[in-house]
Design a protein around this ligand. Structure first.
Ligand SMILES: [Zn+2]
Length: 298
């Protein structure tokens, strides 16, 4: 894999941050060969730390304007799945079929009419849903201008280019099904963003959320000898596990109805009918997370 020259991203700015789950910056640097791990994907420097609560996150990380510039100018070239020869549109349709199978019992129950995919790319997932569902309106949040054009041609309504934008006010209580596949780990301010996004769900609606699983990192890779240079990447400010993800969702007013841990990812179905928000006993996954990191890092 050809690394990208770091200088391509001019004017790289960094910011310090705190753990969104416990509000502190008490943390330990993730180490490799007793030195801080700093080699991220495509040659971009990363600074992963592990909070005393078990959440792995980048600190410092790029500031928000740097991320905006990166998503606007470089993200498509480096990451856009439907433009990758070895993955393509069929790969995304396969992913969506997997999601559909995982949540089919809920789909039968709620019979969704308004479905939104937050971070939908150029809409290959909608092609699959359109094959298996009738009378559904599709909505998307997407930042890539190229993808937005394709979505509009397909008849998908793009409600915003920014998932943290104003669309959440317009679509209060509107969606029956919301999909966020490998998106939450990108969100810089997850508590604020997910709390707002949760409010766009209809009272009977559900959301499907999936993220890479920090407790089961993918360590065997075709293109990389050193898994951490693939796994730790500037665009993932957070590295969730089941424990830290569910704590986050609970803090945002979302109740986990079902979940699975498969193929290096953790997925779940949530709704907004939460009981005891914030009062659930927090599980501390620090020891387990440290054990996993020490097992797989040299
Ligand atoms: Zn924490």
């Amino acid at each position: 894999m050809k690394p990208v020259v770091i200088d391509r991203l001019e004017d790289l700015k960094w910011e310090e941050c705190i753990c969104p789950l416990c509000g502190t910056s008490e943390s330990q640097t993730v180490l490799m060969n007793k030195e801080p791990l700093t080699e991220g994907q495509f040659g971009y420097k990363v600074h992963p730390v592990i909070c005393t609560c078990g959440l792995v996150y980048l600190n410092p990380r790029w500031d928000a304007p740097t991320y905006s510039r990166f998503y606007k100018n470089y993200y498509d070239d480096l990451y856009r799945l439907d433009e990758k020869e070895d993955y393509g549109i069929e790969g995304i349709k396969r992913n969506t079929k997997e999601i559909f199978n995982r949540i089919s019992q809920y789909i039968e129950l709620i019979k969704p009419k308004n479905i939104i995919d937050v971070g939908c790319g150029s809409g290959a997932g909608f092609l699959y849903l359109n094959e298996v569902l009738d009378d559904v309106k599709y909505y998307g949040v997407e930042s890539s201008e190229d993808s937005i054009q394709k979505l509009e041609k397909m008849g998908v309504k793009v409600v915003d280019s920014d998932l943290e934008g104003d669309w959440t006010k317009t679509y209060n209580g509107f969606f029956d099904l919301l999909i966020m596949r490998h998106v939450v780990e990108h969100i810089l301010h997850p508590i604020d963003a997910l709390t707002k996004i949760a409010k766009t769900l209809h009272s009977d609606g559900i959301a499907y959320i999936a993220v890479p699983d920090m407790m089961r990192p993918r360590v065997k890779l075709r293109d990389y000898e050193k898994w951490w240079e693939y796994y730790f990447r500037a665009v993932h400010p957070y590295y969730y596990s089941k424990e830290t993800l569910f704590t986050l969702l609970n803090m945002c007013g979302l109740e986990v109805l079902a979940f699975g841990e498969e193929n290096d990812e953790i997925w779940c179905v949530v709704n907004t009918k939460i009981t005891n928000q914030g009062s659930k006993e927090r599980t501390n996954s620090y020891d387990e997370q440290i054990r996993v990191l020490e097992k797989y890092l040299p």
